[in-house]
Design a protein around this ligand. Structure first.
Ligand code: NAP
Length: 558
């Protein structure tokens, strides 16, 4: 038997679609935990994964410098998945690098014996609901087919790359790479002239590494970010042991928190403190490194512009300290948006990289990139001749991959048509017209505004709980009631409007993709509050969902 064949799931007869209880799409963190959870319920499950290995984001994003921006000790499956794995696994760095996270996910896959239910190199191109059979019919790019009662998407939030349609992009004669589909064999930039387009969290990790090899790097920046020092370092084994000893409490704290991290949030506003009182608070978080800057200093940055101005100015002052050339520092210092209204990247040597003689920062805001030529990038009438272009230009986040899967619900309704003006969901997990479709870390759930494993764990466990409930009550389908969906969307929008997030152009609001509806995609009410809401829904017999049972055949003569 090949290693990717399933042992628990039924096999299809030749030429027939295989039938499963559940189909999961994607084998990253969420797909793996979903598979494990459904197996525990005794369901037959097939996971379809486009790549030839597990890992999701960590399978695809292999660009130089790729690492996690959550501290590695909190970026893993919890005791809910396996106490044993938690005990056995040891991270080597404060923020694990991509190869280590991928090794971790492979370790978990093997340890939990998940591989046998995953079909690799399997891209789902259509998923159509048949109301007669109450089943989802799946088609794969290679012509394969399958059906299942439950369809669960575990496709990640950042899995469809975005490459802007620069004029002439196909004429470039050198090497081009998108960071989100990086060659597995790596790229050697030694002695090369390289253009990097973009300055988001990805570029902030990649540029310092590329600059170490390249002859010259030109960084095309449209919007500067508030990059926070990561202060990555080898993980102190004493610290790791301490965290392990305390894991139960820490996970619980993370689950109940706003952003999925067990940090010490202090409810206070920066405006209530004098500049002299604020400075040591900012300095302490800056020295600590990581998201402490946003989470453990003051708690109202997202809702109070005045408070936000104080931290924004602090970060700008730090940039001016780190970058030698005042003109370059000014260009790197963001002034067009408040702190944390775009995802702040964590940097490990990014700003200092601009002190190197082989790195040049270019202002693609004042003078947008005009075209890609056979030899390089033309901007402001100048052609920057390069050997390689790195597109660190992000993703069609949260909906791009879902829309690409051809998801079609009742009455031939396509997901992208239903969500034409923005996502319409109940709890971000379900959407009316698509019975038994469950979306992990979908729009209108906390997803990317949380440390991802914590958001994923909650989503997966809620979905598994609902499927278990259906089974125990002899029910077939779950689908939100119109009213419940309308209320959730209204609540989501209300919470979003109370923040500064909608006012900034970011991928969180879809602003990076031309024509994409502008709305806050992730739910900003907090992962802990969301968990309570979902729990409450479950305790009330899945209130807001219409749960149905297939009509029993009419009794003869009845
Ligand atoms: P991103 O944040 O969307 O950044 C894309 C960059 O490309 C931006 O600087 C953007 O400028 C620029 N860009 C796009 N179109 C352009 C154009 N036509 N001309 C010039 N510049 C253009 O994408 P990303 O850096 O890949 O990060 C996406 C998300 O992935 C992050 O926010 C984070 O959530 C996640 N991520 C996580 C980690 C981690 O935790 N390990 C690491 C990396 C990324 P504008 O800002 O002006 O649009």
């Amino acid at each position: 038997m090949s290693e990717n064949q399933t042992t628990t799931a039924p096999r299809a007869e030749e030429g027939q679609a295989a039938d499963f209880d559940a189909i999961v799409v994607g084998a990253g963190f969420s797909g793996l935990y979903m598979l494990h959870s459904l197996r525990k319920l005794g369901l037959s499950v097939r996971v379809y994964e486009q790549g030839d290995g597990v890992g999701g984001t960590w399978y695809w994003n292999r660009y130089p410098g790729a690492r996690c921006d959550s501290e590695s000790v909190y970026y893993m499956f919890t005791d809910h998945m396996s106490e044993e794995i938690l005990g056995e696994w040891n991270w080597s760095e404060r923020y694990a690098a991509q190869p280590e996270i991928l090794r971790y996910l492979e370790f978990v896959t093997d340890k939990m014996d998940l591989r046998r239910d995953i079909q690799f190199n399997a891209k789902v191109v259509s998923a159509v609901y048949d109301p007669e059979r109450r089943r989802w019919d799946i088609r794969l790019a290679d012509g394969g087919a399958a059906s299942a009662r439950f369809l669960i998407t575990a496709v990640g939030c950042l899995s469809s790359t975005n490459t802007p349609k620069f004029p002439g992009i196909d004429t470039f004669a050198g090497e081009s790479y998108h960071t989100g589909t990086w060659p597995h064999e790596g790229v050697d930039f030694t002695g090369k002239r390289v253009a990097v387009i973009g300055t988001g969290a990805t570029a902030v990790q990649a540029v310092p590494e590329i600059a170490k090899q390249a002859a010259h790097v030109w960084v095309f920046q449209r919007t500067p970010n508030y990059d926070i020092p990561g202060r990555n370092r080898p993980l102190d084994s004493g610290y790791a042991e301490e965290v392990k000893a305390d894991y139960r409490d820490l996970w619980q704290k993370a689950r109940e928190s706003g952003f999925g991290l067990p940090y010490q949030i202090v409810e206070r506003s920066a405006v209530d403190y004098s500049p002299e009182e604020r400075q040591p608070i900012f300095e302490a978080a800056w020295a600590k490194g990581g998201f402490y800057m946003g989470l453990e200093t003051f708690s109202d940055y997202l809702v109070n512009r005045e408070s936000n101005d104080t931290v924004s100015e602090f970060v700008r002052s730090k940039i001016r300290e780190m970058v030698n050339d005042p003109a370059v520092a000014e260009l790197l210092a963001p002034k067009d948006h408040p702190f944390f209204t775009k995802r702040p990247p964590l940097e490990n040597g990014y700003y200092e990289t601009f002190n190197r003689p082989n790195v040049t920062l270019l202002d693609a805001r004042s003078t947008p990139i005009e075209e890609i030529t056979p030899h390089g990038v033309r901007m402001d009438g100048h052609e920057y001749e390069v050997d390689a272009i790195v597109y660190a230009t992000g993703f069609d986040a949260m909906t791009g991959t879902l829309f690409g899967m051809g998801i079609t619900g009742r009455d031939g309704l396509r997901l992208q048509d239903k969500w034409r003006d923005g996502p319409l969901t109940y709890l971000g997990l379900t959407t009316r017209g698509f019975p038994n479709l469950f979306v992990i870390t979908g729009p209108q759930s906390p997803s990317v505004l949380s440390n991802m494993p914590v958001a994923i764990e909650q989503n997966v466990e809620w979905i598994a709980g609902l499927i278990q409930y259906l089974g125990e009550h002899g029910l077939d389908t779950a689908e939100p009631a119109q009213e419940a969906e309308d209320k959730w969307v209204e609540h989501h929008n209300q919470v979003a409007s109370a923040t500064l997030l909608l006012g900034t152009d970011s991928w969180w609001v879809g602003a990076n993709i031309p024509g994409k509806p502008r709305t806050l995609y992730p739910y900003v009410g907090g992962v802990g509050a969301f968990r309570s809401l979902c729990q409450d829904v479950a305790e009330k017999g899945y209130e807001g969902l219409v749960l149905t049972k297939e009509a029993a055949p009419a009794a003869a003569g009845g």
